[in-house]
Write a protein that binds this ligand. Structure first.
Ligand SMILES: C=C1C[C@]23C[C@H]1CC[C@H]2[C@]1(C)CCC[C@@](C)(C(=O)O)[C@H]1[C@@H]3C(=O)O
Ligand code: AKG
Ligand code: FE2
Length: 419
């Protein structure tokens, strides 16, 4: 398992990588070169055949359209956690303005973008190739991330954040993304109705769960790279968040891992790419899969993508509705947790990849043992097999299927089995 704590190298040792400055460089710094088995395919992989979901049809209440949409979403989310949404009613002019605003920011000199620099351990702000955060397998991208809250009292959070960060020159930028994030939040609630229906828990369950969402908007800017077969714009990962609504520009580069192979997702300006994240996989009790995906770069053209990461309020307990572990799938797959804790895990302890949720579960258990019994020595003794666990919690894999009601309680999360 990867080291849980990634200490950034001492400031003096951190070489300054501005991927935009490196776009013509043929001699790529080694920190950007990925291990051979993770490097992108030499040829663009085949396109994934994904039937687009007609959201307007579903929301209209037309029985045939609703049935088709719920069936397609159920199949896609059980198989790979990815689908396309069309007829989404998002104004194409707003999408175009969001892409233009992005160019306005990323074309600024590095020194100006640096004023928005992400602070260590925090997810908001500007990052370039994540220098100082990771020491290898650096992503070939620049990003700008900020929070969006659907609560009324925070109705201008995005606009105010951007104004504070970048000044009045970016006032219009802030207005565009305030409007764009509000549109994404409303779109995601419609998709939550669809997911609720497709899982058989009703239209309102997940819609209500995410009404007051506290989400993340991320702008991805991928400069050209002269060694696109050795680097990655975004490495293979599952989003730790609940649902991602992504709009990619005309360039292409998003790839999804299905049936042990990578597939490319061709750009479609009229569609949003939607993928299930780790948190919704837990909310579905593992019935829907968190989508494994990555982004490749090219040697000619910058690529941009707008990613809206739907997240619940930080303190809501991530626990599946009982209907999802009271029948066919009789056991809980993941423990209760909060998004605040999982977000902290990805920002301070672990680089999100395709194993984040499993690693997080183990981290929670170890952390709870330490907290419960207050000693690292205890955990070390457990690991050395010198001591039995002094509480009724059993590791997930040792739960016997005949257990009627094993209550496993850890600090920070709890789960119970009703079999
Ligand atoms: C909560 C988040 C962490 C990341 C941004 C959002 C959702 C996706 C995550 C990420 C993109 C997964 C791949 C690794 C990562 C470090 C990245 O390449 O940006 C992740 C983001 C992050 O931790 O900043
Ligand atoms: O840029 C893309 O197409 C994908 C980006 C992504 O997966 C992410 O930001 O989580
Ligand atoms: Fe992602």
């Amino acid at each position: 398992m990867q080291a849980l704590v990634t200490h950034p190298p001492p400031v003096t040792a951190t070489p300054l990588f501005d991927t935009s400055a490196l776009k013509h460089e043929h001699n790529i710094p080694s920190q950007f070169i990925w291990p051979h088995d993770e490097q992108p395919c030499a040829e663009t992989p085949p396109e994934l055949e994904v039937p687009p979901i007609d959201l307007e049809g579903f929301l209209s209440g037309d029985k045939a359209a609703m049935s088709r949409a719920t069936t397609l979403v159920n199949e896609a989310c059980k198989k790979h956690g990815f689908f396309l949404v069309v007829n989404h009613a998002i104004d194409s002019k707003l999408i175009a303005k969001a892409h233009e605003a992005m160019d306005h920011f990323f074309c600024k000199p590095y020194s100006q973008k640096q004023s928005a620099l992400r602070k260590p351990g925090h997810h908001c702000g500007y990052a370039s190739s994540f220098v100082g955060r990771f020491t290898s397998k650096l992503p070939w991208k620049e990003t700008l991330s900020f929070r969006y809250s659907a609560d009324d009292e925070d109705s201008n959070m995005v606009e105010n954040y951007i104004l504070d960060l970048m000044g009045t020159e970016f006032q219009e930028f802030g207005r565009v993304y305030q409007e764009y994030c509000t549109a994404m939040s409303n779109l995601s609630l419609g998709i939550m109705e669809l997911l609720g229906m497709s899982l058989g828990v009703g239209r309102s369950y997940f819609r209500e769960f995410f009404e007051g969402n506290d989400s993340i908007m991320r702008l991805n800017y991928y400069p050209p790279c002269q060694k696109p077969d050795l680097t990655l714009g975004t490495g293979p990962h599952c989003d730790p968040t609940s649902l991602t609504i992504l709009h990619q520009d005309h360039v292409g580069g998003l790839e999804v891992f299905v049936d042990q192979k990578w597939y490319s997702i061709p750009p479609n300006p009229d569609a949003f790419v939607v993928n299930i994240g780790d948190t919704f996989m837990a909310l579905s009790n593992g019935i829907y899969r968190s989508c494994l995906h990555r982004a490749v770069v090219n040697s000619q053209t910058p690529r941009k993508s707008l990613a809206f990461f739907l997240c619940p309020k930080g303190d809501k307990v991530i626990s599946p509705p009982i209907e999802l572990f009271n029948g066919i799938r009789s056991q809980r797959v993941y423990p209760d947790f909060t998004w605040t804790l999982l977000l902290e895990f990805t920002q301070k302890h672990y680089r999100a990849d395709m194993k984040t949720l499993d690693t997080f579960t183990k981290w929670l258990e170890n952390r709870s043992d330490e907290q419960l019994h207050g000693s690292k020595q205890y955990v070390k003794a457990i690991k050395a097999g010198k001591e039995k666990k002094r509480h009724d919690a059993l590791p997930l894999d040792s739960i016997r299927s005949d257990q009627k009601d094993a209550k496993l309680k850890y600090l920070g999360f709890s789960w119970s089995y009703k079999i």
